[in-house]
Design a protein around this ligand. Sequence first.
Ligand SMILES: [Zn+2]
Length: 373
Amino acid sequence: MIPTTTRLADGREIVYFDDAPGADRAAVDTRDLAPATSHSELRHDPLLGEWVVVASHRQGRTHLPPTDACPLCPSTAGRATEIPSGDYDVVVFENRFPSLGAGVAADVDDGELADPALRRWSGGGRCEVVCFTSDHGASFGSLSDVRARTVVEAWAQRTSALSRRADVAQVFVFENRGQAIGVTLHHPHGQIYGYPFVTPRTRRMLDRAREHEERTGRGLLADVLAAEVEAARRIVTAGAHWTAYVPAAARWPFEVHLVPHRRVPDLPALDEAERAELAEVYRDLLARFDRVFDDPLPYVAAWYQAPVAEDRDLAHLHLQLFSIQRAPDKVKFLAGSESAMGVFINDVAPERAAELLRDAGPTSSVERPGGGR
Ligand SMILES: [Zn+2]
């Protein structure tokens, strides 16, 4: 698939990924926009050794606009949006209100720099928006086979593109769905962050994987996957290349890990068969999340990929899909134990969550949207 790359009026990059070649994506952004700027800043938490992003300019970002003012719908004759084209399949563009990406990576010198306990850094990095469809009322779970496959291709190609940037150390592909999870735009979309540092959770996972591999000679996630397959009762669904299970120590009321059987570092390393099955099995999982209760579950879908330049041999790509909804009318809040101490208290037994998600699956291949297994 050859994407079409062009620029928005303020200089931001926009990339069209089409289901089939031949689409005309020459439309020009006619808006009068000031050049895009970001004032985000990284501040180092000396107690934990972790970066915090301060992005105060985001307070003014678009918040839950009405459908006829949606910035992610295609442009029409009367209204120019973030997407100049009158239609699109999948499109990726730089966020106008990014959490990361202050241009040149450099330390911020405001007089406090001399004190190593108060480090600041403009960092750089990149924030992109991925629109899955031009259909405002759709969801990832309702996409066609072909379209879901196009999104997987866009994730992989953008991961490769951001990995080549000097100011990106790790690429994070994710989707937040539902107002309860903090979504500010209803149009079906995900995001891609290129962090200028390796995220703390990834760092921790790599350290654990290294310890395990030095002790046993085997991959940690591969061993966990084998143990879950052996135990069987937390498996949600499985294919020839991917298995989805509720982890034994799930933190969230509904949490599924989707793991490729072959250890690969990131999405670009997946082969054709793995990508095709991913498009299918991921939509199947989202459909189960929609059916567990009467209302579609709010969710976070988070891809754990290897850092761009270090410990790639230790990493094992996987997806963490989870919901904060613990009952039809109850949401789990991150309260004292979780927020302060980092100790999660899960109100739903992982075995029960797996059972509910299995029961929410298609009862036969005939009923499965789009066919498949
Ligand atoms: Zn829209």
